[in-house]
Write a protein of this length. Structure first.
Length: 139
């Protein structure tokens, strides 16, 4: 199978990891809505949410909950937007949950979201480190 997220989970493809457990990997989205936008994926390939076992779902969303707590701390945000696409708008057919830092009046409206880029690999690495530190502090 040729899956980008499986390659990231197995470390065959580089990414800015913020969480790496036996069951779940989380990494920065390479085209974030806002800096700190993180994708949380099961390590084992699951195409979409309805394909996940109850155990996979529970472990995945436990990590999502931890990141939804940590990301606002790391990114000095007020809250998060958490979303899952299934098939439509799912650019990689591997279950992934978006955890996006939010602030009041941040310009995110409806489902027409501008994307941005990190200034550099170093900037992305710094953000990944900040989220990892906040994740450890909030667990």
């Amino acid at each position: 199978m040729d899956c980008l997220f499986c390659a990231i989970a197995s470390r065959e493809q580089p990414a800015h990891l913020v969480l790496d457990t036996p069951e779940v990997v989380a990494f920065l989205d390479h085209r974030p809505l806002f800096v700190g936008h993180t994708l949380v994926v099961p390590r084992v390939h699951v195409a979409e949410l309805i394909d996940a076992s109850a155990a996979q779902r529970d472990v995945l969303f436990a990590r999502v909950q931890e990141l939804a707590r940590a990301i606002p701390v790391a990114m000095d945000a007020v809250g998060t937007f958490v979303a899952v696409n299934n098939v439509v708008s799912q650019s990689v057919p591997h279950l992934h949950v978006h955890v996006v830092p939010r602030r009041f009046n941040d310009g995110l409206r409806g489902f027409f979201w501008p994307r941005t880029k990190y200034e550099s690999e170093e900037a992305a690495a710094t953000v990944a480190d900040r989220i990892g530190v906040a994740l450890n502090a909030t667990m």
